[in-house]
Design a protein. Sequence first.
Length: 768
Amino acid sequence: MSDRSDPEIAAEQAYLDAVYDRLEAMRESAERVAAAYGDVRAGGTHQARLERDIAVETTHRRLAALDIGDTPLCFGRIDRTDDTQFYVGRLAVDDAERTPLVIDWRAPVAEPFYRATALDPMGVLRRRHLLTKNGREVIGLDDEVFDPEAVEAAGLTVLGEGALLAALERKRTGRMADIVATIQAEQDSAVRAELPGVLVVAGGPGTGKTAVALHRAAYLLYTFRQRLGTQGVLLVGPSSVFLRYIEQVLPSLGEHEVQLATVSGLKPGLEARRLDSPAVAALKADIRMVTVLRRALGDRERPPRHDVEIPIDGLRLRISRRDCRRLLERVKRRRATHNAHRPMVERMLLDRLVAQYRAALARTHREVPDLFSIGEEADYDPQVAAQLSRGEAPPREWERELTGRLRRHPEVRKLLERMWPVLTGPELVHDLFSFDALIRSASDGVLTREEQRSLFRERSASIRDVPWTEADVALVDEADALLGPVEAARPRRSARRSEADREALEAAQSVVREYGLGGYTTASALAERYRDGSGRVDEAIPELRTFGHVLVDEAQDLTPMQWRMLARRCPTGSMTIVGDFGQASRPGAAAGWDEVLGLLPSYDAPRRVTLTVNYRTPAEIMDLASRLLAVAAPGVEPTQSVRRTGLPPRFTRVDDLVAGAEQAARAAFGEGGTVAVIAPVELHTAITDALADIGAVADTADALDAPIGVLVPTDAKGLEFDHVIVVEPARLVTPDSAGLRLLYVTLTRATRTLAVVHSESLPEALAP
């Protein structure tokens, strides 16, 4: 319970109570608006229905932002030299007269709450952190003073002992809590960096890289709402477990517009069901595969082996291999994707065949003018034949009908598929890897013969049956970029808007203007969402392919092909990438930041920020991990921990790994907080069964909410737990430098205690 007898705590509690009362009033007002619109009948004009549903949707978004649960609404206060004071929180709250009670943490006026220092107090006398229970009850205050004499003269009381360390000592919940109240100056400078260009945020374990990425997403959406609200923001994480871990952070900061995904998740129709060997995964990640795929596509854009004869209406049309080659050369000189070129190939081919047909028909009519048909297959109008023989143009309708019949002719369709097939990325990659001859043709002089053989796999009966791997996903995306959408291969429809489309656009323009939604969306986007005319949101809207800003966490593990995949989704070149190459462990990952930046758009000079202070991992654990880092990544400087627990890592040699892991996990569970057992995957079932009575869960996102989560090292990336038990390091990772870096990641997940259970010898760097 808080000490209500302390006048400072009592005063802050009274203020916080008033803020929550006002928040409740704001929520009730929004609910009344939603209820009022809910009573409106479904009738009325299209614009009226559009206005009603947009208002309902906007109101529900507002209600979602106001529903903060037990997360603290207000967490700090700054007292300034100009005798003003501001309370800082996760969203803005005004009183009935629009006087600010709490300012949004992203607002410029809140910046000194994070960035003021003794050297640059930024006009702040006192910075106060409110320590709360369940968000509403003030249980303590922590003050920082930048001008003691001025504080004394102003009659300000000073309390507290360090809000940051107090926040770090709290037990985890399994989900990442936002640390907006404890962002330090070096983190805040990264959060509030300018939008354009690429921002690299580097730093070792526990330096707050993920917190920076999440808070930067919220800050950018707040600051550049008009631009990013329509273009979208994408945050890419290393695993679905990680995304589950962070999913509540951005909503708690007032943002619901950030899409979370893994790199593979950006291709939702492609399920990775198999693992490549490390060597094959590294090969597929290599930038040389761009050349291989381009050459593989070139092999599908080819003339027939021989001249082609097409019988129609008793005539025999002939197109030579040389003519086909010239046609393809003309098409390839124009810039477009493969599928977008298909209508041009078809049109040029049909034009040539129609011209041949007209010439052949005219010639036949001149030679035998009384012959109305040539054999049983003849199907032409003798009047048209006569016109052609006199050099006159045939009727347009006749020519359109002839073109349609030629388009449907089996031999013409077969020739088109030979010369320029309509393809998808999965089809191109599946075909390439299924035939040794195709691999060799596409990669001779690019890959070694041994590398070529390693790419081959048995052909599946259908695309749905292909055992895709994670490395395949980026290759398929690269192929899709070369090919373009299948829809582009269809004949283009008229660009003229239908009457309904024009009406919808005009209605949407009116709504955007009258409701002041220009900072959140555009008229065309609204018209697209309501294009069916019913006034209902179309749930089948396709997922965005490009974004105004992309944030990437654990960036050190992305491969060159994956970086190309992300670059295509960020045409603006505005990205925030955070990571630590001391933790790089994926086969084929980029070698360093210079290589990464070389793979991204470079419209503006990239900026780099390095976080140096480890707030999360106790010094006792980092001392051990740093010994491993010196071997795994000797060029990477270890971070400095700011706290000690007095609890060194425990090493236990056992005969039975499962029993040893169970004993260590039960001991950690008894201390309270979150517990993770990071073990070889073949032990997961046995460990989970042994700990079933206390709710152990393995290998799914549900492990984050379980009393004990059982994970592999790759799924633990980016996460943190109070207690970590590492089982059999010698079997957990490969013995090379990449494996040792992954072990380094594993050891640094703990915020309180670390236990290592093993039966085999430890890696030399870990030996006590």
